[in-house]
Design a protein around this ligand. Structure first.
Ligand code: IPM
Ligand code: MG
Length: 373
């Protein structure tokens, strides 16, 4: 891979979003310096900060900046002043949902890894979670999130869930392709015993399966899957599921990693891809320097893979592994000798910038997405 120049639109957002984005950019700058690339950042508003500034959670200027970009880096959005007001006419989340739809980001990919050095930090028993390496493919632009919603004349409320065959096929292909390069196992999580949309998901996945003869497909109802994910997470390789089930299962699965602050995600689709930590805006921690920047930094590693910069992505992942091994971690993962958000970011950036990584640290920490985005 030669020297690249990339334009990245940064939507730092709300709460801890700006803090973790700052560290992710530090790491990107270290990558640029070491490998000779040029990353150009275009900061734009989205979420509660955009509502405060413009009245709109996704201003037109932000959307246009995303379309112009080679990739989007998102911090987090959300503010309690909206969460506690169900009648709020505009909400930060609307910005994110509109952005996903507008950019056609139909697949959200969330890797979940149990890091050996952090096994003790999970509330789950180490022997249950050790070796977990799973990838969730969550459908992101359809289903109940985007169906018609409203109130009836008699005061009831409804949210419609609809999926077309095409919407299921396009993400299912990505999940099959990914499984084929991993441990060749695909689990469709649905509620086909109750929901018609889930029955369509099963039909479509069954139709596609013969095209991927090396991949073994199995099916789990979402209630059982919620239990299996924490009872025996090693049984999963690639999980494919619809929008809302994926939202729920991925937060649940993050418990395996030991902190929500470790999990990155990539959203891909028809145009520019977007990279974001799966955690929220964590407003209680904002400005305190205690937010874990690793999820944002690993999101940048996924971005680099997406650009085809595999060596660069490996350098970031190796640097994160060093921070984990050396205990350079925010308080939720190292209560005795905590580092601040900026310290963790600087440490990881310095590891990336250093050219003398020992092979000991070069082992892949298992994000393992290089072939699918
Ligand atoms: C996520 C978040 C969002 C979602 C919210 C903020 C709308 O929970 O990315 O998982 O539900 O998709
Ligand atoms: Mg969520």
């Amino acid at each position: 891979m030669g020297i690249l120049s990339k334009k990245i639109t940064v939507l730092a957002g709300d709460g801890i979003g700006p803090e973790v984005c700052r560290e992710a950019i530090k790491v990107l700058d270290a990558v640029a310096e070491r490998f000779g690339h040029a990353f150009d950042y275009d900061h734009q508003l989205m979420g509660a900060c955009a509502i405060d500034a413009t009245g709109n959670p996704l201003p037109e200027a932000t959307l246009q900046a995303c379309f112009r970009a080679d990739a989007v880096l998102l911090g987090a959005i959300g503010d309690p002043k909206y969460d506690h007001n169900p009648a709020a006419p505009v909400r930060p989340e609307q910005g994110l949902l509109r952005l996903r739809k507008a950019l056609g980001l139909f697949a959200n990919i969330r890797p979940v890894t149990a890091y050996d050095v952090l096994l003790a930090h999970s509330p789950l028993r180490p022997e249950r979670i050790q070796g977990t390496d799973l990838l969730i493919f969550r459908e992101l632009t359809g289903g109940i999130y985007f169906g018609e919603k409203g109130r009836t004349d008699d005061g009831a409320a409804y949210d419609h869930c609809t999926y077309s065959q095409a919407e299921i096929e396009r993400i299912a292909h990505l999940a099959f392709q990914s499984a084929a390069t991993r441990r060749r196992q695909l689990t469709l999580v649905d509620k086909a015993n109750v929901l018609e949309t889930s029955r369509l998901w099963r039909e479509v996945v069954q139709q596609l399966a013969p095209a991927y003869p090396t991949v073994q497909v199995d099916y789990l109802f979402v209630d059982n899957a919620a239990m299996q994910v924490i009872l025996n997470p090693r049984q999963f390789d690639v999980i494919l599921t619809e929008n809302m089930f994926g939202d729920i299962i991925s937060d649940e699965a993050s418990v395996i990693a030991g902190s929500l602050g470790l999990l990155p995600s990539a959203s891909v689709g028809s145009t520019v891809a977007l990279f974001e930590p799966i955690h929220g805006s964590y407003p209680q921690a904002a400005g305190k320097g205690i937010a874990n920047p690793i999820a944002a930094i690993l999101s940048v590693a996924l971005m680099l893979e997406h650009f085809g910069l595999l060596e660069e992505a490996e350098a970031v992942k190796a640097a994160v592994q060093q921070a984990l091994t050396q205990g350079v971690l925010t308080p939720e993962l190292n209560a005795d000798q905590p580092s601040g958000t900026a310290q963790v970011g600087s440490y990881i950036a310095a590891q990336v910038a250093a050219h003398d990584e020992s092979p000991l640290y070069l082992e892949n920490i298992g994000v393992g997405l290089s072939t699918i985005i």
